[in-house]
Design a protein around this ligand. Structure first.
Ligand code: PBG
Ligand code: ZN
Length: 324
């Protein structure tokens, strides 16, 4: 009989480990943190068990824990005290994100701090840009984004991660950073960001639900693949240093295509809805959280991601240690 014995390489744990093609390391993870104004706040986000709003007086404790787990990178989100039409607190020297970044860099100078650059948490209408007649204006928004990025770099951000899906945002931010002297600060572009229902719990966490309409005039249609390549290509041409695909799990095919085509570090954003679905099932005892999370994370790497932004980063760091 002539057939292949694939099972030969699966016989023992050490044999399986010998032929394993993909690995997870704690250095793959980027951990998202939400900072708020106020004192002594550590409030769990109802739709995201295990994720907290943290005030700046409790920041140090959190950062120490992240560092002690070996996590090397975080992405910072802010929920401001006040919002207005044009999101002024996004580019305020004393905005919540700017204050948080300054504090983090003081406590943990070697932690890589990524700033999410968008306006939706800071605008009273909850859209990612300036509104005119119900439509998000592209070029007017670019100026504010560049201002936001520069103020984040000034505060000490190591990487700028624009997430707002305006056309030309990488070019505008690159120019803004360069003119301000931040030529060495890389841009991690949310290049391929779909208009996804998987962001629901995040909008709870960031208080950034659009007050009217949706984000479909700027975020991508989940049905489109070629458009993702166009988005990635224009961002590369504009000077992006990293590319991101968001969400991750329903878009593993897009991760693979980008990895095969473009020689840039590729980031998968394992978004809030993907987190909360697993959490809910795990809290009900319907799935085994540890093994299901590690399986999901390895699938993102297998699909081509080099880095993963994930709310599971702290748990996964612990589990990887246990498995050693
Ligand atoms: C803001 C932003 C969003 C996320 C990251 N940055 C939400 C959105 O576009 O509504 C989503 C993160 C998540 O769901 O975990 N532009
Ligand atoms: Zn936004």
């Amino acid at each position: 009989m002539n057939f292949q014995r694939h099972r030969r390489l699966r016989r023992t744990a050490s044999m399986r480990s010998l032929v394993r093609e993909t690995h997870l390391h704690v250095s793959d993870f980027i951990y998202p943190l939400f900072f708020v104004e106020g004192e002594n706040v550590k409030k769990e986000v109802p739709s995201m068990p295990g994720v907290y709003h943290i005030s700046l007086d409790l920041l140090e404790e959190e950062i120490k824990e992240v560092e002690s787990l070996g996590i090397q990178s975080i992405i910072v989100f802010g929920v401001p005290g006040e919002k207005d039409e044009c999101g002024s607190s996004a580019y305020d020297h004393n905005g919540i994100v700017q204050k948080a970044i300054r504090q983090i860099k003081e406590i943990a100078p070697s932690l890589t701090v990524i700033a999410d650059t968008c306006l939706c948490q800071f605008t009273d209408h909850g859209h990612c840009g300036v509104i005119e007649n119900g439509y998000v204006r592209n070029d007017e928004t670019l100026e504010l984004l560049a201002k936001t990025a520069v103020s984040q770099a000034e505060a000490g951000a190591d990487i700028i991660a624009p997430s707002n899906m305006m056309d030309g945002f990488v070019a505008a931010i690159r120019q803004g950073l360069d003119e301000a002297g931040y030529t060495e600060i890389p841009i991690m572009s949310y290049a391929v960001k779909y208009a996804s229902s998987f962001y629901g719990p995040f909008r709870d966490a960031a208080h950034s639900t659009p007050q009217f309409g949706d984000r479909k005039t700027y975020q991508m249609d989940p049905a489109n693949r070629l458009e993702a390549l166009r988005e990635a290509e224009s961002d590369i041409a504009e000077g992006a240093d990293f590319l991101m695909v968001k969400p991750a799990l329903s878009y593993l095919d897009i991760l693979r295509e980008l990895k095969d085509r473009y020689p840039l570090p590729l980031v998968a954003y394992n978004v809030s809805g993907e987190y909360s679905m697993i959490k809910a099932a795990a809290l009900n005892g319907w799935v085994d959280e540890k093994s299901i999370v590690l399986e999901k994370l390895i699938s993102m790497k297998r699909a081509g991601a080099d880095l993963i932004i994930t709310y599971f980063a702290k748990d996964a760091a612990r589990w990887l240690k246990e498995n050693q």
